[in-house]
Design a protein around this ligand. Structure first.
Ligand code: ADP
Length: 300
């Protein structure tokens, strides 16, 4: 079983000719509601990869909250540990997209900010019998830390996707695997990643901060894995990338499922690279997350 402790958002995707400047009013062409949030995206990614998935999170007591819950349940995700915050709006992302592709996004944490370390302790049983706990940084850091500590006690492996980019308290890095992209990795340890050698150096610096293993995702170049002994670039497959939104979430979900199944991090990353590539080859966030059969098909 895979437990995901993280955010659940409704993305309101607004399409317009051009983004409004401060003080300006523009007319939009359309508004679409799309379930999102990194936590929920990763839960859906893992479920589509065949994992038994349990979500730990919080929605608001508004209409969006009901829709978000229904969406997760339709993906066969266990939502017994999803709280409904009273007098609170669900997490929202206002995603303004210009026809040129340029965007401007406002995230309202809403109910995601309400989940506390005490809630995590209350749902300890949801984590205790899991193989893997996945966490990200769209819920409060003390809550994420409580999840990491609970998983440590129960022996579950912890995967931290440190997104969105942030500086981290040290306890947060005491995980089995951290899987940042390039900008998230350098937000933690500084520096820049241009070459593969840069990625090796940054992976080693991150490893020195606590995680047992580091997997830096490098978009089309694949993933740099450093396990404390050896650094290896695990290449992705070639695809026509049309929209890389949620490539990282597809990667993380697939990684958790395959790692729990095989116990081999290297094998799990090679498989997860394909999931990330497939997501990059399709538009949208959750709609682009691949099914297990699609990932296996490109492995052959
Ligand atoms: P994020 O979406 O978090 O920025 P990345 O863009 O690094 O993450 O993508 C995650 C993984 O998905 C990469 O490590 C890679 O394996 C795969 N991937 C992403 N974009 C492409 C692409 N254009 N071609 C092939 N693989 C890709």
């Amino acid at each position: 079983t895979i437990a995901v402790l993280g955010s659940i958002n409704m993305d309101l995707v607004i399409r317009c000719d051009h983004l409004p400047k401060p003080g300006e009013t523009v007319s939009a062409q359309s508004m679409t509601e799309v379930p999102g949030g990194k936590g929920a995206n990763q839960a859906v990614a893992a479920a589509r990869c065949g994992g038994a998935v349990r979500m730990i999170g919080c929605v608001g007591d508004d209409g969006f909250g009901q829709k978000l819950l229904a969406n997760l349940i339709a993906e066969s995700i266990d939502c017994d540990a999803v709280l409904k915050a009273e007098s609170c709006e669900s997490g929202l992302a206002i995603v303004n997209v210009e026809n040129s592709g340029e965007n401007a996004i406002i995230v309202i944490p809403g109910a995601n900010a309400r989940i506390t370390p005490a809630d995590v302790r209350r749902f300890e049983n949801a984590i205790n019998d899991c193989d893997v706990l996945m966490v990200q940084l769209e819920t409060p850091q003390p809550t994420v830390l409580a999840g990491i500590q609970t998983a440590k006690r129960s022996g579950a492996k912890v995967i931290l996707d440190p997104a969105p980019a942030a500086t981290l308290g040290d306890g947060l890095l005491d995980v089995d695997l951290i899987c940042p992209n390039e900008s998230e990795a350098t937000a933690i340890v500084g520096g820049r990643i241009e070459t593969i050698d840069d990625a090796v150096a940054i992976a080693k610096q991150l490893h020195a901060r606590g995680p047992a293993a580091v997997a830096i995702t490098l978009g089309p170049r694949g993933t740099m894995l450093y396990d404390g002994a050896r650094a290896e670039l695990i290449e992705s497959i070639e695809v026509d990338a049309v929209d890389t939104t949620a490539a990282g979430d597809a990667f993380a979900g697939a990684l958790a499922v395959r790692w729990a199944e095989t116990g081999s991090l290297r094998d799990a990353i090679a498989w997860a690279n394909r999931a990330g590539a497939l997501a990059a080859s399709k538009r949208g966030a959750q709609p682009s997350l691949p099914q297990r059969t699609q990932i296996d098909a490109v492995c052959d």
